[in-house]
Design a protein around this ligand. Sequence first.
Ligand code: TDO
Length: 194
Amino acid sequence: MRIHETGIAGCYEIVLNRFEDERGLFVKTFREDYFAGHGLETRFAEQYYSFSYKNVIRGLHFQIPPHEHVKVVYCISGIVTDAVVDLRAGSPTYGKFAMIELSAQKGNMIYIPSGLAHGFWVQSQEAILVYNVTTLYSPLHDRGIRWDSAGIPWTARHPVISKRDKGFPGLDDFISPFTYAGATAPTDGVERRE
Ligand SMILES: Cc1cn([C@H]2C[C@H](O)[C@@H](COP(=O)(O)OP(=O)(O)O[C@H]3O[C@@H](C)C(=O)[C@@H](O)[C@H]3O)O2)c(=O)[nH]c1=O
């Protein structure tokens, strides 16, 4: 595993070790010692996946306090453009986004601290995304900001979006309940992107 900065404090791309042979691919997605050694959460409360068709956008989602959570997301089939937006008041990157392509072939994942909104756009015919989150789903605290309100340069034309996602407030109308508590940054082993 290798860990890279994304430009938003506490949010990382983790590149997994891939073992490929004539049968296909083997990828390990979690090692407690590695996560703990880099100051990352190791206790997850729920795991789930979604299956989506080409040109779907889901997001931008998050849970608000006291049910906020860290989210680890990876793609086991297909290719997606994944995006996060920093909603932590006082953060040096408040309102800024980061984007990462996630795919089974790349064997990468995104580690998202609480206080960031998350969403993705499906590039491939289909995509399966797996999530691990550190608190239980709480429908009352499950919120979003509108997918097209944070300046994310989705290359999607006429994306398929749920009614709920279309109805979220824009970033500018969102009053953040999150505060930036400083980066819980791993102290070593993080590689800067060139
Ligand atoms: C997220 C979630 C949804 N649901 C239900 C609610 C609803 O009936 C159905 C589909 O929910 P949604 O439309 O919110 O699904 P979806 O748009 O795929 O939601 C996901 O989007 C991405 C971007 C994320 O970051 C995820 O954390 C999650 O919020 O599943 C649960 O029961 N548990 C959950 O944890």
